[in-house]
Ligand binder design. Structure first.
Ligand SMILES: *Cc1c(COP(=O)(O)O)cnc(C)c1O
Length: 410
């Protein structure tokens, strides 16, 4: 029987390792994210990579490397391994000559990769007996939280900026979440959670302020390794806001290397932000460890509109350590790219992933992504959730239709 090999948790800044598994935790004593640790030495002898990979279903197949101790606490919505899809036309369009694959996370329950983090975190909340969860969100995390928590009979209090895409707000309440629009940014929403949690008996599920959403995001890295036959791609581009996905993938790579599942080769991690909200890119360029808050943040790619992130130093470190970089891309280019790539490939890209394509184009042009490199872009969510460009024409049935006019030749 598969079981969790979790042993304890550790402060990501100081390495203090006195935090017990099976207990409720938020941040470390130093106010930084906690990381779950596993008995990888024992697991190395007891588990077989290929047997685990061959298990049916999606992210729950990685039981040994997840924190949940009892199967009865697992909340599942029928997760699957999300497909990686070859995008040769998009590669041509952005000027990349090598392999280009897109991992389509829009196929997960609630149609974004947030399902990974919240599926695990809510299952842990159930295991720990938590009854009321609260969270700030830019949209996709809120709907994933609502969906998994409602199944587990856990109450949710969700706060989002008042210009969050309408579908994110309505899908969240339809799936049983209580949600409020707030006239501020996601970090302002986070302050409401922090201020109300004592009085309301809320557990704070903010990004990296509890340790288990990260464990769920980790499964993205595990899955990529399996899909690439345990030889990771040369470059991974990920649209980044709070940074759990990047930190989670990196943690997965480290654990897999310790287990002997992969070698030491790491992809260069290209952390992509929008020019209207690029605190991590600014800190990276300035050679800083931490990022200052970005004022007047704006971008249509709402998932990456995060003015300030508690895990900033982790993301910046990973970009440096991997030989990658943190880049900001132009908003107009991002919106054009969204239309172009979706149209070329028939993919329901989200605008966040379009930002990653702009970064790939810039990398190919400027030579920091090489023509023979294997590139993976993560489509972090389903484009249907956003206000899409309306490109339809209109026809008047009371006048003759000008058919040739429907297909103008250029
Ligand atoms: C949350 C989100 C992101 C950013 O992910 P982080 O882990 O917070 O960096 C990117 N794209 C979409 C669609 C998202 O919902």
């Amino acid at each position: 029987m598969a079981r969790s090999y979790i042993t304890h948790l550790e402060c990501s800044l100081t390495g203090e390792n006195t935090y017990a598994a099976g207990e409720v935790h938020n941040l470390s004593a130093a106010g930084r994210p906690l990381m779950a640790r596993y008995d990888l030495d024992t697991l190395k002898n007891e588990a077989d990579r290929d047997e685990i990979w061959a298990r049916p279903g999606g992210f729950w197949k990685w039981r040994e490397l997840l924190p949940i101790q009892h199967s009865r606490n697992i909340i599942s919505l029928g997760e699957q391994v999300t497909p990686i899809i070859e995008c040769a036309k998009a590669a041509g369009f952005v000027g990349h000559k090598g392999e280009l694959l897109v991992k389509d996370e829009g196929r997960l329950p609630t149609a974004s990769f947030k399902a990974r983090g919240l599926g695990i975190a809510v299952s842990m909340a159930k295991e720990l007996g938590l009854k009321r969860l609260a969270m700030p969100t830019n949209g996709n995390a809120g709907s994933a939280l609502a969906a998994y928590a409602s199944r587990a009979n856990i109450e949710t209090y969700i706060f989002c900026p008042d210009d969050t895409p309408l579908i994110n707000v309505t899908e969240t309440s339809l799936q049983g979440g209580k949600i409020w629009r707030v006239n501020g940014y996601i970090d302002d929403c986070g302050k409401i959670v922090a201020a109300g949690k004592e009085r309301m008996g809320w557990f704070d599920l903010s990004t990296l302020k509890e340790p288990y959403r990260l464990e769920g995001k980790k499964t993205l890295g595990l899955e990529i390794a399996g899909q690439y036959q345990w030889e990771l791609p040369d470059v991974i581009l990920f649209p980044t806001g709070g940074g759990t996905a990047v930190v989670g993938m990196w943690k997965a790579f480290a654990e897999m290397e310790a287990l002997g599942w992969i070698g030491p080769k790491r992809p260069r991690m290209i952390v992509v932000q929008a020019a209207g909200c690029a605190p991590l890119a600014r800190a990276f360029d300035a050679g800083k460890k931490h990022a200052e808050r970005w004022e007047n943040a704006h971008t249509k790619a709402s998932g990456i509109r995060v003015p300030q992130a508690v895990g900033d130093f982790l993301v910046i470190d990973i970009a440096r350590l991997s030989g990658g970089r943190v880049v900001a891309v132009d908003e107009d280019e991002l919106m054009d790219m969204w239309r172009e790539v979706s149209g070329l490939e028939g993919l329901m890209l989200c605008p966040e992933a379009a930002a990653a394509f702009v970064a790939l184009k810039n990398g190919a042009e400027e030579g920091w992504i090489k023509p023979d490199e294997k590139v993976l872009v993560v489509n972090s969510g389903n484009g249907l959730k956003y206000e899409m460009p309306d490109q339809a024409g209109s026809l008047d049935i009371t006048t003759p239709i000008d058919f040739e006019g429907l297909a103008p030749t250029g």
